[in-house]
Write a protein that binds this ligand. Structure first.
Ligand SMILES: [Zn+2]
Ligand SMILES: [Zn+2]
Length: 214
């Protein structure tokens, strides 16, 4: 299992879109690794974790071969994790000579954002872009053999629609837990009951120092 971190920043990025703080000004001057794009990762080049606005930028940097992606796991509906309008360009007519169908796993709320994007397009393309709605407690295996478990993140409106994924393949397991405050007791319990042992954990600390748990 080869994990590539494509971006590690929050929604506004570093430097922030409209920010003039010392950190952002310094990052803009220094450039290079001090420029942080929105959070996204890819496993073995074809299992993508989240689809933020910066996805196109990550592809331009040469670390992401988007046409080769066969599975997309979406954590939640914020635009730095799911940008449905760009995902629509996987449809026939926009993506030519690409035989790789893309299956998207997402919560019911993300599905609503997807429907909005495709309302704008006025069509669907189920042959190339398939959506599967999942919820905390679900487990499934992707078409390419990656075993996934879904857990609940503590985030957003706390409707239980922000997700954490555990992904297993070839005897290795990784946990992708981004945009979560300190997890609920029930999430810790489900993690324990899953029996999974993680070789790699990718986890942030959303609102870690702020009096806001999610
Ligand atoms: Zn700033
Ligand atoms: Zn978020």
């Amino acid at each position: 299992m080869r994990i590539t971190q494509l971006g590690t920043a929050t929604a506004e990025r570093i430097p922030g879109l409209f920010c003039r703080c010392t950190l952002c000004r310094r990052a803009a001057e220094t450039g290079g690794k001090d420029i942080r794009t929105q959070t996204q990762a890819v496993i073995d080049g074809h299992v993508l974790l989240d689809f933020p606005v910066d996805t196109y930028l990550h592809a331009l940097h040469g670390e992401l071969d988007l046409p080769a992606v066969s599975t997309l796991l979406v954590t939640h509906w914020h635009s730095d994790h799911f940008y449905g309008e760009d995902l629509a360009y996987r449809m026939d007519g926009y993506a030519l000579d690409n035989p790789t169908p893309l299956t998207v796993y997402e919560s019911a709320t993300v599905r609503g954002f997807y429907d909005r994007a495709f309302f704008l397009e006025q069509r669907y393309d189920d042959e190339h872009l398939r959506f599967v709605t999942v919820a905390p407690g679900d487990a499934f295996t992707t078409d390419d053999g990656y075993e996934c478990h879904v857990f609940e993140a503590r985030h957003g409106h706390e409707f239980g629609d922000c997700l954490i994924y555990a992904v297993s393949h070839d005897g290795r397991t990784m946990l992708y837990a981004h945009d979560t405050g300190f997890p609920y007791d029930r999430t810790w319990r489900m993690l324990k009951e899953s029996g999974l042992v993680f070789d790699y954990v990718s986890m942030d600390c959303t609102h870690g120092l702020i009096d806001n748990p999610s």
